[in-house]
Design a protein. Structure first.
Length: 246
């Protein structure tokens, strides 16, 4: 998959994309990440990319001309698997099902908004989708762009060492993930649950599913309304509710 990111602050991306899993994924040509300086497409000698809003008001608005020119250049040769995404607090919430949908694309162009936002004509004529990473406001769209690239990349084949790592993640199954333990077996009076040491894979699987349901019930109970639960899940959930007095 190819990611193109339009930003006024390209230097912000150097650290997050130069380490760990995303670095290895790029080295193995599993993903391409190209960060572009929006001012390179500005028309005037001062390379202006923002201006005062018509009608007055505080702040500045990102001009349409540089964004249109950049998107037109970067979208050349792209096919049906191409989308232009604006990162904005007004967008749809980023949830795991949306990440999975975007991971099936071939080429995403991300626009990192800034100031009071972009000229509305960018939304009207260029943007396929607007995405928000939460109901709060950041100084710009750079951090949301990083989050989106990371969330999508880890779902692509070969990016994670083990495919099960992504399959069992919180929200992937509609539930929060079960607890994890590693060595030592006992630490400061706290022990690993005996079932995880039993070697009985059926018991372990049942325990993990039950604890996933327990964690979801206690921390994000609203997720249970839409999670795909089997008859066995419902039985386990009933056990959890009884144990927790819910």
């Amino acid at each position: 998959m190819r990611f193109d990111i339009l930003t006024l602050f390209p230097e912000m991306f150097q650290g997050p994309f130069s380490h760990s899993i995303l670095k290895r994924a790029q080295e193995r040509s599993l993903i391409e990440i190209h960060v572009h300086y929006l001012r390179d497409w500005a028309l005037d000698k001062h390379k202006l990319t923002d201006d005062a809003p018509y009608g007055g008001g505080a702040g500045m608005v990102m001009k349409p001309e540089p964004i249109f020119r950049a998107v037109e250049d970067l979208s050349q040769g792209s096919g049906e698997g191409f989308e232009v995404i604006l990162l904005t607090p007004q967008g749809v919430p980023l949830i795991q099902s949306l990440v999975e949908e975007l991971a099936a694309k071939e080429h995403l162009l991300l626009i990192a908004g800034h100031y009071e936002g972009v000229d509305e004509r960018v939304r009207q004529a260029l943007v396929d989708r607007e995405i928000s990473i939460g109901d709060y406001v950041l100084t710009g769209g750079e951090l949301p762009a990083m989050v989106l690239v990371d969330a999508i990349s880890r779902l692509l084949p070969g990016v994670l060492g083990e495919e099960e790592s992504a399959r069992d993640d919180s929200h992937t199954t509609g539930l929060l993930e079960y607890p994890h333990y590693t060595r030592p077996r006992e630490f400061r009076g706290l022990s690993v649950p005996e079932v995880l040491l039993s070697g009985d894979h059926a018991r372990i699987a049942r325990w993990r599913r039950k604890e996933s349901l327990r964690r979801t019930l206690l921390r994000r109970p609203e997720l249970l309304a839409t999670a795909p639960l089997s008859e066995e899940d419902l039985q386990l959930l009933a056990e959890v509710r009884k144990e927790e007095g819910k």
